[in-house]
Write a protein that binds this ligand. Sequence first.
Ligand code: FES
Length: 103
Amino acid sequence: MGQWVKVAAEGDCPVGKLKGVMAEGTPVVLANVDGTVCALMDRCSHEDYPLSDGELDGGDVVCIYHGARFDACSGARKSLPAIRPVRSFPVEIRDGDIYVDVG
Ligand code: FES
């Protein structure tokens, strides 16, 4: 069963930006890709550093620590040194607020 958690207002994550939030104890990085907000676990699959410290490059989250890239919406790994994907979460916008399903 899903567990939808309100994590931010829509305006807190502008186009082209990342924002780290907590959802019921789960670290989540929000990414606004051309107006679509996506959510990944805020832990790089390389060495567990926060992806929210990095940047959004088009549709990719780029880890600031060693340069791994992930698809911002699916969490798919796109470059070394990461070899595994990052978990992604469903996102909904309700009345101007961002909800993430971390269930
Ligand atoms: S911790 Fe992200 S690339 Fe190493």
